[in-house]
Design a binder for this molecule. Structure first.
Ligand SMILES: C[S@@+](CC[C@H](N)C(=O)[O-])C[C@H]1O[C@@H](n2cnc3c(N)ncnc32)[C@H](O)[C@@H]1O
Length: 198
């Protein structure tokens, strides 16, 4: 299983953000394009990929929206369509208690859950790799079949994340020398794992 957690620090948790202006919904375009790149390939959907976007923007963040590639069917993979599923997730989740989750539609869940809690939960059965330009080069790093890749949005991961990760076994992983868009990261991760047959 290849799993991704994107920390989207300003992404809107308002159910009525405009699908015509994703940029002003806390850079929801970044979230949507990262999800598309993680799950879809030309002509189909990847197997065994789960993508969690933790939306931390107002008014009710954090909310974790999770897409499971093995279950989704008939979804659009363009930014607008993906953002519309996230919008439905926000419509269905205003009264969730902390750590409670609910189904949005087949293959999509939403939870009222913090980034830290989600990483901690998902780290139990996976190798944890925190994407960081100053980390170890992916080309020289062993990647396990069950791998959890954690990355930031256009703002990046906050400094306090570093402290949190002191208690979670992990590897800091560089995908190359250039600072990439968040949406580029899943493509490079998949490419490396595809080549290795992991
Ligand atoms: C657009 S970048 C963040 C830019 C932000 N201004 C910063 O300085 O952190 C989004 C995220 O992608 C990941 N990332 C980008 N380029 C990377 C690279 N070359 N190697 C590893 N991770 C990378 C990091 O997790 C980063 O937080």
């Amino acid at each position: 299983m290849r799993e991704f957690i994107l920390r989207a620090r300003r992404a809107s948790t308002h159910a009525a953000f405009s699908l015509n202006d994703l940029l002003h919904a806390g850079n929801m375009n970044v979230v949507a394009s990262a999800i598309s790149n993680a799950i879809w390939v030309s002509g189909g959907i990847r197997k065994d990929v789960v993508f969690h976007a933790v939306l931390e923007g107002p008014p009710s963040g954090p909310k974790a929206v999770s897409f499971s590639s093995n279950e989704i069917k008939g979804l659009g993979y363009d930014e607008r369509s993906i953002a519309s599923y996230i919008q439905i997730a926000m419509q269905k989740s205003p009264f969730l208690e902390l750590n409670e989750e609910t189904k949005v539609r087949r293959g999509i869940m939403v939870a009222k859950k913090s980034f830290e809690r989600l990483v901690w939960e998902r780290s139990r059965n996976s190798q944890v790799l925190v994407l960081d330009t100053s980390g170890a080069d992916i080309r020289g790093t062993e990647l396990k079949k069950n791998a959890l890749f954690v990355f930031g949005d256009n703002i990046g991961l906050p400094e306090k994340t570093e402290k949190f990760f002191r208690n979670i076994p992990h590897i800091r992983l560089s995908l190359g020398p250039a600072m990439l868009f968040a949406s580029h990261c899943p493509v490079l991760v998949h490419n490396e794992m595809d080549r290795r047959g992991v």
